[in-house]
Every structure is written in structure tokens, then in C-alpha cells.
Write a protein that binds this ligand. Structure first.
Ligand code: IDP
Ligand code: MG
Length: 137
């Protein structure tokens, strides 16, 4: 069993897609161990995406990620990290495979509906950033 960290981003929360996306997650045999709705502060968004702070889209990304509430979640399952990245689809929705969350729901390469950890190391860091151990059940 492996854990990964997920964010349902502001564009998807705004369009009432939390349930649709979580249905896709659960029917892929991933368990939702923890889930909470929150506003990211500017500081949290900047820290979370600090690997991108030199990119031209960084400021816009921070503005977008703080533009409305998000649903932060911890998922668990066999090969959860790769499995969830597969269900999410490519960063750019125009390149995402049919049936993926981003193909179905993303509005643009920025407002692409979901985040998922890309490695075991980052999954640990991202989970600990938002949740304490006792919240994962
Ligand atoms: P990922 O979310 O698929 O891992 P990353 O390359 O880590 O993609 O980028 C983080 C987030 O930054 C993306 O999910 C998307 O919201 C945004 N982003 C990535 N590339 C671009 C871009 O070229 N223009 C605008 N936003 C982008
Ligand atoms: Mg990434």
C-alpha cells in the first residue's frame, strides 16, 4: 500500500466536481484516507509550488490556486502515486488521454482540476504539509 496527496483545484471545486472526481478515485480502488476543504493562503501556495518559482506561469499559478477553495486529500492504494497520476491525465488537458480527470474536466493547462504527487518523497512532504498522522484513517 502506498499513499499519495491530491488536490481538487479551485476550478473543479467551483463547478461542483468534488463528488465526480472522488467517484473516479474510488472506483479505481484508491481509498480516501483524509479530505478537507480549505482556502490555500498565498504563503501555502507559494511553498507548495516553490519548485516552479522560476517559471513564467508561477505568479499566475499562485493567484489561481488561491482564487477559491480547494479539497486537499490523502489517497491510499496499490501503486497509488502512479495510479492516481494515470487517472489524472497529462498536465495539458489537450494532451490528456480520454477518460482521465483532466481530459474530462480541466479548463486549461493552468486550471487543470487536480494535483497529484509525482514521487514517494514528494507524497510524504505534501501529506505532512496539510495533514497530521492522526487525521489519516
Ligand atoms: P503536474 O500538476 O501535472 O505535476 P507541473 O508541471 O508540476 O504539472 O505543474 C504544476 C501546475 O502548474 C500544473 O498542474 C498547472 O496547474 C500549472 N502549469 C504547469 N505548466 C503550465 C503552463 O505552461 N502554463 C500555465 N500553468 C501551468
Ligand atoms: Mg507536478
Amino acid at each position: 500500500m502506498q499513499k499519495t496527496f491530491s488536490i481538487i483545484k479551485p476550478d473543479a471545486v467551483k463547478r461542483n466536481l468534488i463528488g465526480h472526481i472522488n467517484q473516479m478515485i474510488e472506483s479505481s480502488d484508491l481509498k480516501i484516507l483524509a479530505s478537507k476543504k480549505m482556502y490555500l493562503t498565498k504563503n501555502q501556495a507559494e511553498l507548495f509550488y516553490k519548485v516552479h518559482n522560476e517559471k513564467p506561469f508561477y505568479n499566475s499559478l499562485i493567484e489561481y490556486m488561491t482564487s477559491g477553495p480547494v479539497q486537499v486529500q490523502v489517497l491510499e492504494g496499490k501503486d497509488a502515486i502512479v495510479k492516481y497520476r494515470k487517472i489524472m491525465g497529462a498536465t495539458n488537458p489537450f494532451e490528456a488521454e480520454d477518460g482521465t480527470i483532466r481530459k474530462l474536466y480541466a479548463e486549461s493547462i493552468e486550471a487543470n482540476s487536480v494535483h497529484g504527487s509525482d514521487s514517494e518523497e514528494n507524497a510524504k512532504i505534501e501529506i505532512n504539509f496539510f495533514f497530521s498522522g492522526s487525521e489519516l484513517v
